[in-house]
Design a protein around this ligand. Structure first.
Ligand SMILES: [Zn+2]
Length: 122
């Protein structure tokens, strides 16, 4: 089951929640600290999203996503970040900048170990 990180809008504390894919977005998430259900999703790490894994309709067309073209990928990530409108981690910008500079995603993943194994879902 995937873990989702949330931050509470009331008390500002973070908490992690195990939520099944089918319940995500439907199930109310309660802050374990103040018991309110006023939480927002927190993105803690960046993962490269391949078209086949993407659950966002606008990114589900494989034609829009070319893994061999880091610059196109960077453009997609920027667009994606804006559309999500969520809090993006510092690494996000670095990754996008490096892609734009023509570096391969594999290279970047290797040099930034934090990116691997994340279960963040975009
Ligand atoms: Zn709280």
């Amino acid at each position: 089951m995937p873990t989702y990180d949330y931050v509470c809008n009331s008390c500002g504390k973070r908490s992690a929640h195990f939520i099944a894919y089918e319940s995500y977005g439907k199930q109310a998430v309660q802050c374990p600290h103040c018991k309110r259900e006023d939480l927002r999703r927190l993105i803690s790490r960046v993962r490269f999203v391949r078209s086949e894994e993407s659950r966002l309709d606008s990114f589900s067309d494989p034609g829009q996503w070319d893994e061999d073209d880091p610059k196109a990928m960077a453009g997609m990530m920027r667009k994606m970040g804006k559309e999500l409108g969520e809090e993006l981690p510092a690494e996000f910008d670095e990754v996008v900048n490096r892609l734009e500079a023509g570096e391969s995603p594999e290279n970047i993943e290797h040099s930034m170990p934090d990116l691997g194994g994340s279960d963040m879902d975009l």
